[in-house]
Design a protein around this ligand. Structure first.
Ligand code: HEC
Ligand code: HEC
Length: 398
């Protein structure tokens, strides 16, 4: 026998139950709206062009890229509150800074030239001479926390910076959208968002790209085409190290895995001891001569080996080389023509005689017309969209 409730009471239970159900649905719905699924990122690539590799634990989303953009331009992210990533990586200069060596947040000179970030998403190696950084997430820890030299100078200031971000209404909203699962703002997520933003700076819209990837035969002038042919020639050998779609032998796309032979001695200089470069002594007090990959590997034959950087937007990224010691592209051509550089500092040997110099740096002579053709080719690598497009620019704070 089932015990029946008196009818009026049963009705009351049904109405109450339905009411509760409705309340639950409304709560669940508002949570779903607040914690909406992040929007997958769409790459803007030439037709059929492969996407860059992305680490599985930091997929690209529109929300993370947007948060990363704010953080990239955020001065609070530095020890002194005066410097952001953009201080050394300015959009209009293809994310370089126009100086030979930048100054970090403690006023200390960073002994290397700021690198362009365009298409760095495709890089298999990062910085001028490092073979142990697996991805951008690892690389970005260096400018944030490095102490020798100091760049952003976050070491010791981390708690203060995270608290500042957590008390800012705009960042509360941006972090909630980018990391809906996270309970608080963490440095790990700051780095992930920055990596997503930097990874998004991908662009293939230079005159060279229109010619090479969009089938526009008229995009390059006769002169630029002649320059391209020279660049690819056996006489100049540029393509051996500046190869592929980024003109760097350390680029890979999502379906590629490989360990290219990425570090080269170009004969830029040949330090004989570990003495300071005398001309730079006053500014670089305490900094040793830069021996490239050797600082990371400790292998004697890695001394003075550096990565061939991408040549995209090369016309706007002067001065050149890891130490910013070459001012113009004409001088870069002179440097390669003479198969390296004679001793420019006291106590240095002749760069051209460096025992580990690459066999591809063997010198050549160029006519004025050939030089002009190479310059026209370099200019064709400038992508004005990436230098000016709003989505990579400083966000308005509203
Ligand atoms: C004080 C100037 C300075 C600041 C600030 C700075 N960078 Fe850099 N960046 C450099 C220099 C110099 C290099 C080359 C470092 C090396 O070779 O050791 C570099 C290299 C890089 C690279 C590697 C590029 C490549 O092609 O391998 C990335 C990525 C990068 N920086 C991102 C950032 C981000 C993100 C921030 C902000 C968190 C930042 N940087 C802040 C100067 C700076
Ligand atoms: C053996 C490999 C190799 C060859 C061949 C080579 N390069 Fe390079 N290139 C490099 C490396 C490595 C660097 C960085 C050197 C440094 O900073 O110490 C570099 C730097 C450059 C830079 C400066 C990039 C910047 O952002 O500062 C330009 C421009 C350049 N090369 C153009 C050329 C041209 C043009 C040729 C052919 C005439 C050529 N390279 C041949 C390896 C090579």
């Amino acid at each position: 026998m089932i015990n029946r409730l008196p009818l009026p009471l049963a009705k009351y239970y049904v109405v109450f139950g339905l009411g509760m159900l409705l309340v639950c649905l409304v709560i669940a719905f508002s949570f779903a709206c607040l914690r909406s699924e992040p929007t997958p990122y769409v790459w803007h690539l030439p037709p059929g062009f492969p996407e860059p590799p992305v680490p599985p634990d930091n997929p690209m989303t529109v929300e993370k890229v947007e948060l990363g953009r704010h953080l990239f331009y955020e001065k609070q992210l530095s020890g002194n509150g005066l410097q952001s990533c953009a201080s050394c990586h300015q959009q209009e200069l293809a994310f370089t800074d126009g100086v030979a060596m930048p100054v970090g947040s403690t006023g200390q000179v960073v002994n290397r030239n700021s690198m362009s970030l365009v298409n760095v998403a495709y890089s298999s190696h990062f910085t001028w001479a490092h073979n142990g950084l697996a991805n951008l997430e690892q690389q970005i820890l260096i400018p944030l926390f490095n102490e020798q030299p100091v760049e952003m100078g976050l070491t010791g200031a981390q708690e203060r910076v995270l608290a500042a971000l957590a008390s800012d209404k705009q960042y509360q909203a941006l972090f909630a959208k980018a990391f809906p699962e996270a309970k608080s703002i963490t440095m790990d997520n700051v780095v992930k968002a920055l990596a997503c933003f930097v990874r998004s700076i991908v662009s293939f819209r230079s005159a060279f790209d229109r010619y090479a990837y969009y089938g526009d035969d008229s995009a390059l002038s006769e002169q630029a085409l002649e320059g391209l042919a020279l660049f690819m020639s056996e006489r100049l050998e540029c393509r051996h190290c500046h190869s592929g779609f980024n003109f760097a032998d350390t680029s890979q796309h999502a379906s590629e895995k490989g360990e290219p032979d990425a570090f080269h001695v170009t004969g830029l200089y040949y330090p004989l001891g570990s003495s300071l470069q005398p001309q730079l002594q006053s500014v670089l007090a305490g900094i040793e001569v830069d021996r490239g990959l050797y600082h990371v590997s400790g292998v004697e034959t890695d001394k003075d080996r550096f990565r061939a950087p991408s040549l995209r937007n090369i016309a706007v990224t002067a001065p050149y080389m890891h130490d910013g010691s070459i001012q113009s592209l004409e001088e870069v051509l002179d440097f390669y023509s003479s198969a390296g550089r004679p001793a420019i500092y006291d106590g240095f040997g002749d760069g051209r005689l460096h025992p580990h110099k690459s066999l591809f740096i063997k010198g050549f002579s160029l006519t004025e017309a050939e030089k002009a053709a190479l310059m026209a080719f370099f200019l064709s690598l400038t992508d004005n969209d990436v230098l000016s497009e709003a989505r990579w620019s400083q966000p308005r704070n509203d």
